[in-house]
Every structure is written in C-alpha cells, then in structure tokens.
Write a protein that binds this ligand. Structure first.
Ligand SMILES: Cc1cc2nc3c(=O)[nH]c(=O)nc-3n(C[C@H](O)[C@H](O)[C@H](O)COP(=O)(O)OP(=O)(O)OC[C@H]3O[C@@H](n4cnc5c(N)ncnc54)[C@H](O)[C@@H]3O)c2cc1C
Length: 485
C-alpha cells in the first residue's frame, strides 16, 4: 500500500491529544489526528443510553477554578459557556455526631465563601459550619490543614496521606468525614494509596492559594458535545484532519528518528513528527521493541490505576431540587441532578440523577463479594431515600451502573518518578497524556497541560520556541503569610 504524508500526526483523541492539536493548529501547524474509537474525548465522553434515549456521560466530569489550563482551553475552543460554575456546594452528613451509623438523620450543609473575608479566611465560616464535625474535630482539622500546607516533602521518600494524618493526630472521625470526602473525590483514590504531596496539592491549589480556586465547574451539555463536535469543527476549520475509528498499529522509528506510522488497516503514513497521546497501558504496544531512551519510559509499567463507578438513575419525580451534593459517611460520594444541570433537559424519560463513587475498588472484582449491580444500585437508592425521603415514594424508572476500571492512575508515593517527560530521545516522538509528567493527578487539567507541554517541545524542535503554559498562579497575600505559599 502506498504511503501518504503528514507533517504532524497525533495518536489519540482524548483531551491530551486534542489540547496538543488545538495548540499547534492555533499556530498554523495543522495536524492529522487518529482516534481508534468512533468519537473524540477519550475517557471523558458520552454514549447513547437506549432506554432513556439520552446521550449520557460515561461519568460526570467536573473541573475546578484552579484548573487554569483546562479552563483556558475551553475558552479558546468556545465551550466555556457550557459549564456552570458552582459557587455553593452542599455537604450532606449525618446530623448526629458520633460513630453510630444506625438511624441517623442527614443534614444538608451549605458551603460557600464569605464575601467579606479575605482569601483564604473566606472559607473558614463554611468549614466551621459543617454540622457533622464537632468543634474539637474542627480545631483538629484546622491544625492538620496548616501542618499540611507548610509541610516540606521529600518526594523520594514520602508517606501516604493516610499514614501522615494518623501521625499528625487526626482522629478517625475527622479522617472519614473530612479528609476522605475531599481527597477521594479529588484524586479518585483511597487515602492509603494517595501520596502526601498529591494530597497537599489538592488543599493548597484548591482551597488555600486563591479565592475562587475551590469552585466547581460542571458541564451543562453531554461531554460528547463539548469534546466531540465543537472541537472537531474547530480543528477542521484550521486545516487539521480528524480520522475517527482509525486505530494506529505502530510507530515507525528508523535509528534515532520517527519516520511514520502504520494504521490498523495496514496503510502507511510517512511523518517526521508523532505525538503519542494514548493511555499509558497502550504506549508500548505502539512502539518497536527497541528504540533510543526506551528505559526512560519503563516507569509507566509500574503505574497502577483506580476505578470510578457512576450510578445513573431515572425517577418518576424530582427527589431533590439541589443541583448537586457531596455525601459524608455513605457509599455514594457525589450526586449530580442532571435534569437541573443540563441545558434543555427533558424529563420525558424521568428525572435523571447521577451518583459517582470514586476509588470504587470495593465494587469491582473479588472485593465486590458477590454483590450484583442491582444490589449496589439498591444501596445507592436507599442512601438517597435516607437523605431525601421523597425518593421513598418515587418510582425508579430506569437505572444503570458504569464502572471505568482504569479510570485514573493512582497517585501513590513515588508516582512522580515514574511519569515520563513529553519529550523523548527519539527525534520527532513526543508523549502526551494525563500520565506524563505534569505534576497534576489524572484530570482533564493534567491531560490538557500534557498536550500543551508536548506542543511546546515540538515547537522548540521546529525552532519556534514559545512558553505557552501559564505561569504558576499567584498566592493571595494572606496565604503567603499564613502558609508560606
Ligand atoms: C469515570 C471517570 C471519571 C472522571 N472524572 C473526572 C473529573 O471529574 N474531572 C477530571 O478532571 N477528570 C476526570 N477524569 C479523568 C479524565 O477523564 C482523564 O484524566 C482525561 O480525560 C485523560 O485524557 P487523556 O487524553 O490523557 O487520555 P484518554 O482520554 O484516555 O485518551 C486517549 C485516547 O487514545 C485513544 N487510543 C488508544 N489507543 C489508540 C490507537 N492505537 N490508535 C488511535 N487512538 C488510540 C483512545 O481511544 C482515547 O480516546 C475521570 C475519568 C474517568 C474514567
């Protein structure tokens, strides 16, 4: 088969590949992007649910105010208006304080910044108001937060946050009702599999550094509309070519230099520059057995991953009008009221709620202990009914559970040493993906950053060096004084 030609090939149409493509296309370097699936977006995508006749996301994805590159990317491609910024969160916890989990009453705690207080004190009243923590818990928590913020961490030898919290006197009530709630949903891992440095980053970047960083941005349209159609059009208008359902078989390397790719259908494409933006589990499948600098990539074989489960529920009536909620002390972790959040939502097939369970190790494989999907869904529905009694009277019209087994890489101690640079020793070969070295956990922000970093390296090799990533965010005056940030 004859070879066609392309200047820059990107393999993988997840957010990393898309961010790289957009960065290059904006600089008049059109790319050819190959995606093996029928849609763009990778792990952040939607599928058609036959029964509800809706396009539903594989899982609710949210961004935060501190995700500067992702938010800028959304502005650039024109999808920023399709996110709702939540300046108010709702923490739902057992009203009675104590270890007894029977017969509890749940209370919704509104969590919002105080406009009169400077950052980071603006969140103090909100933390202080959490009814499921006692005053001594709150004092302990404040002490723990300060110690975490000022901690100097040896990345070569850091503990898990679980060990650190115990060593720093945090009680099991505070660990379960605060640290666990925030960190498991932010990093999609259990505390015994989260490094101290990644935990610190969540609190420093998300809550302590600047005023609006903690706010949550929630898409108001299916992910498919965000990353599928709009970005595809954006790239095509700038001369790029997107090929869906076109898997790449391998990358050709001749000596030190990339020379092209072979598609799964056998066709060859000559190309001096390739950005490999596939999940880390696929990287070595596409590369020859030997290539320069291979040893620098072998760390990814030690990366581990964590599952995320989403439970999709359609009721015959509204069980709560809250747009979203964070749960404490339950299997369910976050609830998203999709019928309220979505633009032009139809309730014809029911009122649609999505419950997210991150780090759902206990719901997969043998840890599931024989529990069926419908038993797990039943437990989630019972929890919702415990909080919102309206759910007792409501009829569950339809439900489904989706588990992404390799949703994110685990941010265990030592993980940063395993993540490779986007630059490789093979001329013309670049890497992108949330798993490459960005300092961020597996998030849309991390993926977008990696794509931009790959583009920066590629531009430098074309003698067009440019710093594209935004400079590190400035800390507020008080954050500098209180926490040395
Ligand atoms: C259930 C779940 C919930 C999440 N929730 C959040 C959240 O709330 N907030 C957040 O910020 N992040 C969240 N994440 C993480 C976020 O989705 C990822 O970090 C991000 O989407 C990763 O993007 P990526 O481009 O690095 O990889 P991917 O999205 O995995 O993209 C890689 C692409 O490469 C393609 N590919 C693979 N092999 C080939 C081949 N041979 N040829 C061509 N194409 C190929 C794949 O099909 C895929 O489209 C969540 C992830 C999951 C799974």
């Amino acid at each position: 088969m004859g070879a066609s030609q392309s200047e820059v090939v990107i393999i993988g149409g997840g957010l990393a590949g898309l961010a790289c493509a957009v960065t290059l296309a904006d600089r008049e370097i059109p790319v050819s992007l190959y995606e093996s699936r029928p849609r763009l977006g990778g792990r952040a995508s939607s599928f058609a649910d036959k029964q509800s006749e809706q396009l539903i996301d594989n899982c609710q994805h949210v961004s935060m105010g501190c995700c500067f590159e992702f938010n800028r990317f959304c502005e650039t491609v024109g999808i920023a208006d399709s996110f709702q910024r939540a300046a108010e969160l709702y923490f739902v916890g057992p009203d009675s304080i104590g270890p007894d989990s029977n017969g509890r009453q749940f209370k919704v705690n509104r969590f919002a910044a105080n406009p009169l207080l400077p950052s980071p004190l603006h969140l103090l009243p909100a933390f202080g108001g959490l009814s499921y923590l006692s005053w001594s818990d709150k004092i302990q928590l404040a002490r723990g937060l300060k110690q975490l913020a000022i901690a100097i961490i040896d990345l070569e030898n850091e503990p898990t946050i679980a060990d650190w919290l115990v060593a720093h006197g945090q009680s099991s009530a505070v660990i379960n009702r605060f640290w666990n709630v925030v960190l498991v949903s932010a990093l999609s891992e259990s505390l015994d599999r989260i490094s101290l440095s990644h935990a610190r980053k969540v609190f420093v970047d998300g809550f302590l550094r600047a005023r609006d960083n903690w706010q949550v941005l929630i898409p108001t349209v299916p992910l498919e509309h965000l990353y599928g159609t709009v970005i595809q059009d954006y790239l095509k208008q700038r001369g790029s070519k997107i090929s869906l359902q076109t898997g790449v078989e391998n990358i050709r390397i001749d000596g030190q230099q990339v020379t092209g790719i072979q598609l799964r259908d056998g066709s060859e494409i000559d190309c001096p520059r390739v950005v490999l933006a596939v999940p880390y589990q696929r990287v070595f499948d596409l590369l020859p057995d030997e290539f320069p600098g291979r040893e620098k990539l072998t760390g990814i074989q030690q990366l581990e991953s964590a599952p995320i489960t989403s439970v999709h529920l359609w009721f015959d009536r509204e069980i709560t009008s809250l747009p979203h909620a964070v749960f404490v002390d339950t299997l369910s972790q976050w609830m998203f009221n999709r019928s309220r959040l979505m633009q032009n939502a139809s309730t014809e097939s029911g009122y649609y709620y999505q419950v997210v369970i991150s780090a759902s190790h206990n719901l997969t494989g043998s840890a599931r202990q024989g529990r069926t999907q419908s038993e797990i869904i039943g437990e989630v529905v019972r929890e919702l009914a415990m909080i919102w009694p309206e759910a007792n009277a409501a009829e569950l019209l339809h439900s489904r559970m989706v588990t992404e087994h390799q949703a994110v890489f685990s941010v265990k101690p030592g993980v940063e040493q395993l993540r490779p640079s986007q630059h490789t020793q093979v001329e013309g070969l670049y890497l992108a993906g949330d798993w490459t070295s960005t300092g961020w956990p597996a998030t849309m922000e991390g993926a977008v950053r990696s794509g931009i970093q790959a583009a920066e390296f590629l531009l430098a090799d074309l003698d067009r060096p440019e710093t594209i990533l935004l400079p590190p965010a400035q800390s507020s005056f008080l954050s500098k004084i209180l926490f040395r940030l």
